[in-house]
Design a protein around this ligand. Sequence first.
Ligand code: PMP
Length: 402
Amino acid sequence: VWKDVPKGPEDAILGVTIAYNKDENPKKINLGVGAYRDDNGKPFVLSSVRAAEARIQSEKRPMEYLPVIGDKEFLSNSLKLAFTEDNEFLKNDLIASIQALSGTGACRLGAEFISRFHKSSTGMPLVLMPSPTWANHPGIFRDGGCEVGKYRYYDPDSCGFDLEGCVEDLKSAPVGSVVLLHACAHNPTGVDPTMDQWEVLSETIKRAGLLPFFDMAYQGFTSGSLDIDAGAVRKFVEDGHRVMLAQSFSKNFGLYGHRLGTLSMLTDSDKEKMAIESQLKILARTIWSNPPIQGSRIVNEVFKDNSFYNSWTEEMSRMANRIIDMRKQLSDKLVELKNPRDWSHITRQKGMFCYSGLSPAQVEAMKEQFSVYLISSGRISMAGVTSANVEHLATAMDAVTK
Ligand code: PMP
């Protein structure tokens, strides 16, 4: 029956892990991982999450379905986290929201919604994404029924942001296009606009008649501050944009496998809000019917209990700072080794990923000669760097670039 089904291509990151697992060199390093690791290279569960889990467990709560829209208390917590309690839209109950299967599910539901209700001037729902973007973005939005386009974002010469190219592309985008923006910790480049540059983008997007869709997968995990990391989203709201927002709780709460996220949309009236939520529920109903129950319970417990909340924010910034510290150590060691390249982008870039600027041939050489594994684009997952392996990594980077 299935003889004509072609085998699909392997995920690039999975290939890196398979090769890493086969390598017997004790100094081997896996820089492909997309989840946080502690300084011993181990996955990490936050103590506030463990404590909240234990409390929930002890209460022996029922395991009935959540409503299609999700857990209302969680949605309120999630919106406060992103927009702050003082936000006028939140206070006036003008934010449509739905619990989603983590950031991926929130993006997908957003795509399904856009494809039905937000055509651009081309007559098609069009979503423009930064070049490059998270490898899953094009597929999520395409499979959700949107046309997908690109705007310039990364400048390989500076390993930084191409503001000029970006603005030029956005200015010439069809009116009514959706612009996908990474709220912070751009994946895969680690390149985030400064607040001044966000100001320019906000103005450009408004003038061009485009709709901003923020994907915020790393709030609090990027700088260690929830407020700093939500700065761009909040600025766009202040500037009058009716933003769409996908939130993920995978990184900042370490809830990866619990699949917890939110899709929200700012609206102009109660009528609009109700209509949008009714449509989001119809969409979610046929995809996952109702969201998983445990992650939202955990977040609610953490929000309810001050000591849990303080412990959460403290551990979250510790994770962020460990990565920031590893960036510094890596760049210092390359300077110590008198490598001729300018590596200042390592500390300028933000979040889990560093777009190193290493070529595919240099990536290959790192693997062959040093058992250091990363994807061919040169993207380093900083979560895989530890005090114990940063020296070996710097040595490898130095050797292949001299
Ligand atoms: N958006 C971006 C930019 C990401 O990097 C990720 C995680 N890799 C996600 C969304 C979604 O992750 P999750 O589905 O686990 O929330």
